[in-house]
Design a binder for this molecule. Structure first.
Ligand SMILES: NC(=O)c1ccc[n+]([C@@H]2O[C@H](COP(=O)([O-])OP(=O)(O)OC[C@H]3O[C@@H](n4cnc5c(N)ncnc54)[C@H](O)[C@@H]3O)[C@@H](O)[C@H]2O)c1
Ligand SMILES: [Zn+2]
Length: 405
């Protein structure tokens, strides 16, 4: 028995944000990030539409990229003070994810961050408020997913909160918001999206419901990501839909160890100035994990199917897996993303010697590997890595060496 859950309503296409005007409620709290939504006028637009719907509106501004537990607690307090019956989160994955966690704490003030992290253990929400997410990046698809990623900076670890309770009630996928993304953000979020689709397709929780979404997303991203990066706005608009389809797939089929590793390396070297951006981490690790997972016959076959849909050629599954890996590595080159942590430099550009010194990486490796194995995304990966295998895999991701185990 399985479950497939999506938002009740999804508004898409240019100008979709205007649908806020039809919302019914008394008080809306808008949760937003550091300034891009304000700068480009989308915050004002959302506020105006909600006011036109007859609602009193309050703002919670300034959610940082990779939001912290502290921000979640502050936002929840603001909600408790204001008492909204709608929470409207607008921006990238960070403000939307933060708002989801604030929502839990708003509905259940006694719930601790630790309680929230119990996978599929969130109590029933919507007693106080409904939730609408309006995404401005084309990657996380958090507007349709059952996930929220919050960082505990005291531990240097990202924790996924996972429960269908936090799947938004309404998703607004308006490509106008994605058009203002700078090039780097397009690259990172786009590689995040293709990783979602590939991991969902080979996940042990894949299904007839998630497969078509994942495959179609992969085909669209193959067609449009690099053009979107190079400034083609029609491709940018299509990418906004593609990433959302990938999100619908992975929210239900779950992910795999690319994400486990990204979650556990993302903030692990922050003290060296290396915040490994989520999408860049995925882009570096995905080809390595494909090589590792392809030792599992079912996964290998499924990667072969992906390669077929992408028209990559190959006479057998081994060749198809190789071609898929080559294709993804070429995508990294086109998007100027490094292939490994060793070469991960400022703004994620490839450099000769990146932020993370070799000895620091090696010293922290056992702990990171242990944490990655324990990540919520590991359970649905087609191959369960041992501690030794995870350490070897992470080393391949550091040095860009071949995965032959
Ligand atoms: N909930 C999920 O299912 C899920 C899935 C994958 C990743 N994540 C998490 O989401 C976070 C990353 O989110 P993200 O990649 O969307 O980036 P983000 O929300 O962290 O935003 C990154 C930067 O881009 C700016 N920005 C956002 N939209 C813009 C636009 N349209 N124009 C100009 N600037 C814009 C922001 O102001 C910010 O400075 C990470 O914490 C990651 O772990 C969540
Ligand atoms: Zn992701």
């Amino acid at each position: 028995m399985a479950r497939f859950t999506l938002p009740r309503d999804l508004y898409f296409g240019k100008g979709a944000i205007e649908n806020l005007k039809s919302f019914k409620g008394k008080k809306a709290m808008i949760v937003v990030g550091g300034g891009s939504m304000k700068r480009f006028g989308f915050l004002q637009k959302a506020e105006d539409c909600l006011k036109e719907a007859g609602m009193e509106v309050a703002l919670f501004e300034g959610v940082e990229p990779d939001p912290s537990v502290e921000t979640v607690m502050k936002g929840a307090q603001a909600m408790l003070d204001f008492g909204p019956d709608w929470i409207v989160a607008i921006g990238g994955g960070s403000p939307i994810d933060a708002a989801k966690a604030m929502w839990i704490k708003y509905e259940y003030p006694d719930c601790t961050f630790e309680d929230m992290c119990k996978v599929f253990g969130i109590p029933e929400l919507r007693k106080k408020a409904k939730f609408c997410a309006i995404s401005s990046t084309s990657g996380t698809a958090t507007e349709v997913t059952a996930f929220s990623i919050i960082t505990d900076y005291s531990k240097g670890i990202k924790y996924p909160i996972a429960d269908f309770e936090i799947t938004p009630d309404v998703a607004i996928v308006d490509p106008d918001l994605a058009e203002t993304m700078p090039q780097k953000l397009v690259a990172h979020t786009g590689m995040d999206a293709i990783t979602h689709a590939v991991e969902a397709y080979v996940s042990t929780a894949n299904s007839n419901y998630s497969d078509p979404l994942a495959i179609h997303a992969i085909e669209m991203i193959q067609a449009d990501l690099v053009d979107s990066y190079n400034g083609d706005m029609a491709a940018r608009d299509r990418m906004h839909d593609a990433q959302c389809l990938a999100g619908m797939a992975f929210s239900n089929a779950l992910l795999g160890i690319v994400h486990s590793m990204a979650h556990k390396t993302g903030a692990a070297f922050a003290d060296y100035g290396a915040h490994i951006i989520h999408g860049a981490a995925n882009a570096m690790y995905l080809p390595k994990v494909i090589a590792f997972n392809a030792k599992d016959p079912t996964a290998k076959k499924r990667y072969g199917v992906i390669a077929d849909y992408m028209n990559l050629g190959g006479a057998n599954d081994d060749e198809k897996v190789d071609l898929l890996i080559k294709f993804l590595r070429k995508m990294n080159d086109d998007l100027k993303i490094p292939h490994c942590i060793k070469n991960y430099g400022a703004d994620s550009y490839p450099v000769e010697q990146g932020f993370v010194p070799e000895e620091v990486f090696l010293e922290r490796l056992p702990e990171i590997a242990k944490n990655a194995i324990g990540d919520a995304c590991t359970g649905s990966n087609p191959r369960q890595p041992s501690q030794e295998e995870m350490e070897k895999l992470l080393k391949c991701c550091y040095y860009d060496t071949e995965v032959d185990f």
